[in-house]
Design a protein around this ligand. Structure first.
Ligand code: ZN
Ligand code: ZN
Length: 409
């Protein structure tokens, strides 16, 4: 294995040239946990070498965040730094690219008062919405990569000493991000090509619905009218081709918010803003969750569902083969960037307008008329495994096998 320094350099190179496709003269805004400073600095270096005139790094401090829940007055939890999010939106409006370094303590808020956590999340989601819209509508090129935060590593490898756990997580990130090849940039081009072919196949099929079957799951997910599949590289509105997620293995589209029926059971725990939700089971009727439970985190699940009207329906359905390197690693990462690429999944909440034909130019009403869901939240959870079969249902109601035992047919 190469030295840590060389690996860091390789990941930074892929982040800037594959993830962002950063352009000469383009500003960059990086958000990162404090612990990821070594990677943030490497990315900053590659960004300047690619001709960026200004890289701004905003660090997030878990410890300071926790102090708020321990010591702030009860009235504090509806407050949020609106000015900061306004500034981020202004940066993206004026053309800055966005890079986020994922990897924080998945259990940071465990044990904190769920109502305070919910209030803080809701206030933040509301204030952040204009920023999120610029990102999800691909107003600019953006990307997310990961760094092994020590508390994250301890959660993933609880039996190991911290240093060893960090090293193991770093190796897992390295492999999952397809960096363990002689030329990762070329590897990513080939991987994007395969995802593009899969997307083209599904788009030409025009399925009316997908049918998931397996232990605890019998779910029909109707697809939005004029839905489009997406996956891999994306051309942003500024013309730049970027890879929003590193790693990525999924192809995904928009469900029809009123046409989801049946039961579904999660196949992996969901780590959501410091809480862990295990063995989620929900039942849908006419597109809405009408029954929900979870072995752990059921209170958090209930609050998620109460966020708004759209939180009870789905904004995404994604297919991922069980043979993906992340699934094959057998590691539960407690992080959506990785875990969603280990298994087919669905997301409660907001749909991506890119998943509707001409979606970026449609009004919210027009998107809703096609079945695209709208919500403050977008929370992916895993429903795929080697035991799950998926059928595509054609416009005429014919079923055809898409996945068997978690693999593409
Ligand atoms: Zn997804
Ligand atoms: Zn998602």
């Amino acid at each position: 294995m190469e030295s840590f320094e060389a690996q860091l350099d390789q990941l930074a190179r892929v982040a800037v040239h594959v993830g962002l496709g950063l352009q000469e003269g383009q500003e960059l805004l990086i958000t990162a946990p404090l612990e990821a400073a070594p990677l943030a600095r490497k990315i900053t270096e590659h960004a300047y070498r690619a001709g960026s005139p200004l890289v701004t790094v905003l660090y997030d401090d878990d410890a300071a965040h926790l102090l708020r829940f321990q010591h702030a007055p009860e009235s504090a939890f509806d407050k949020t730094p609106q000015w900061l999010f306004d500034g981020m939106a202004a940066a993206f409006q004026s053309g800055a690219a966005r890079l986020h370094i994922a990897g924080s303590d998945p259990n940071l808020l465990r044990g904190q008062h769920p109502e305070r956590v919910a209030r803080a999340n809701r206030a933040r989601s509301l204030a952040y919405r204009p920023v999120l819209e610029l990102i999800t509508s691909h107003h600019i090129n953006w990307s997310i990569v990961a760094y092994p935060h020590p508390a994250w590593a301890r959660t993933v490898f609880p039996g190991l000493a911290e240093q060893e756990a960090v090293q193991k997580l770093w190796e897992a990130i390295w492999k999952a991000s397809r960096l363990d090849t002689p030329d990762p940039v070329a590897t990513w081009q080939a991987h994007n090509q395969r995802l593009t072919e899969r997307v083209a196949y599904l788009n030409q099929k025009r399925y009316r619905a997908l049918h998931f079957k397996g232990p605890g799951t019998d779910l029909v997910v109707g697809l939005a009218d004029d839905h489009l599949w997406a996956g891999g590289a994306v051309q942003a509105k500024n013309g730049v081709v970027c890879n929003p997620n590193i790693p990525t293995e999924e192809v995904f589209t928009a469900p029809h918010k009123d046409r989801i029926e049946g039961r579904v059971r999660s196949t992996k725990p969901l780590s959501y803003q410091g809480s862990l939700l295990e063995e989620i089971e929900v039942r849908f009727e006419k597109g809405r969750v009408v029954e929900a439970k979870a072995k752990s985190g059921s209170e958090v699940l209930e609050r998620i569902l109460q966020t708004d009207e759209g939180a009870r329906s789905l904004g995404e359905v994604a297919l991922v083969p069980h043979s993906s390197p992340i699934a094959q690693s057998g590691i539960l990462f407690y992080n959506t960037l990785f875990d969603e690429n280990a298994a087919s999944h669905i997301a409660l909440g907001q749909a991506y307008s890119e998943c509707i034909q001409g979606g970026s130019r449609l009004s919210p009403e027009a998107l809703a008329a096609r079945g695209a869901n709208s919500s403050l939240i977008h929370i992916d959870w895993m429903i795929g495994s080697s035991e799950i079969d998926v059928d595509g249902i054609s416009a005429s109601g014919q079923s055809e096998p898409l996945m068997r035992g978690g693999e593409w047919v």
